[in-house]
Write a protein that binds this ligand. Sequence first.
Ligand SMILES: [Zn+2]
Ligand SMILES: [Zn+2]
Length: 145
Amino acid sequence: MSTSHSDSHVDLKKAGLKVTGARIKILNLLATSGTVRHFRAEDIYKLLSESDADSGISLATIYRVLAQFEAAGLVIRHHFEGGQSFFELSDGSHHEHLVCVKCGIVQDFLDPEIESRQEAIAAQHGFILTDHYLHLYGICRACQK
Ligand SMILES: [Zn+2]
Ligand SMILES: [Zn+2]
């Protein structure tokens, strides 16, 4: 998609990052991946080498670019059980995660009741919530078979 290319350029510049080939490729992959929205650095490496065998982008570069994206607010890093970091594009909207402990698939969800309960619990303890993430671990439908 040609539009996503120019969008990535704009997003990088807005985030104060210089436009480089590696940054564009990684950002495009995060932005145009359809239903899968959560990636480990290894997933990105695998997908990039599949689509472009001599992309010349090493795993170390991907880790570095993801850290730069995180610092610039372009992506959110999630630490799920098992020590794995998952990255997803930050679209400014909040959601929680269901994580399959077998295949590692990540499903987003948002429940208004859980949201307001968390606010209430924080308030009960004299806290003003600034951020939160809820990760539920389980076995996905496909892995139950
Ligand atoms: Zn699964
Ligand atoms: Zn998510």
